[in-house]
Write a protein that binds this ligand. Sequence first.
Ligand code: FES
Length: 245
Amino acid sequence: MRRGGEKESLPSRRKHTAMLKETYATQIESLLARYASPRSVVLPLLYIAQDHYGHLTEAVINEVAAILDLPATAVFEVVGFYTLYYDRPVGRWMVQVCDDVPCCYCGAEELIDALKQQLGISEEQTSSDGMFTLQRVKCLAACQRPPVVQANLSYFYDVTAERADAFIRFLREHADTPQGKSVSGYYAEDYEPDAAGNFRLIQRRLATYQPAAASNGHGPTEPDPSPPAQSELSESSPPTSAEGS
Ligand code: FES
C-alpha cells in the first residue's frame, strides 16, 4: 500500500462516532446473512466505513472489528494489504494514473507532470482544497486506451497531458455526484473524451439473449436497437450491498 505525503490537516468526511452499526443496519445484516463467516464481511464493511468516514482510522478499524466480533488485527491486516483502503485522509477524488509500460509509451509521464503542475502537489499528496489525491498505479487492465486514469474507481480513457485540464475540470464539476462522493467506487462509470476534448460518459449496451434464436443455432441476437438508459450522474439511493469495487 502506498504511503506518505498526506496533509494531516485535512478533515475526514465525518468524525468518528461509532455509528456504523446503527446507520447501516440493513446493509450489514444483509451482508452477514450472505456469508458463512463474519470474516467474509470485512471487505464490504470496510468499504462502507471508508465512504462514511472518508478514510480508515484506527478507531474506525476497531469499530469494524467490533461489529463483526473479530480481533482488530484481522481487520488491520486487510487494510494494510489492499491499496484501495485508505488509512489516511484522501481527497474527494482519488486520482490514480497508470504508469505501466503501454500507458507510458502514450504519455503517462507527461500526464502526471501536467496533473502535478495543475494541482500544485506531488504524487501521494492531496491538493490544499481537499479535492484531489494523486497516485501512480500499475496496469489498470485497460491498455487499449492509454493513458488510463482511475478516479474513485471510475475509468477515464485517453487522458493525454493536453486533456489534463478538461479532466480536472470534469472532476471538479462532478465532485458532488455519487461518483465523487464514493471514494470506494460504488457508482464508478467509464468516461472518454469527445471530439472537443471534454469527458463524457460511455454508454454500454449489452447483447440480449433470446432462447428462440438460440434453438435455431444462432446464439445471442444483435443488441436491442432502442437507445440504452442514460446512466445518471445525479444523486441516487445508496447501495443495498457494499460489494462493488
Ligand atoms: S498499462 Fe496502463 S492500463 Fe495497462
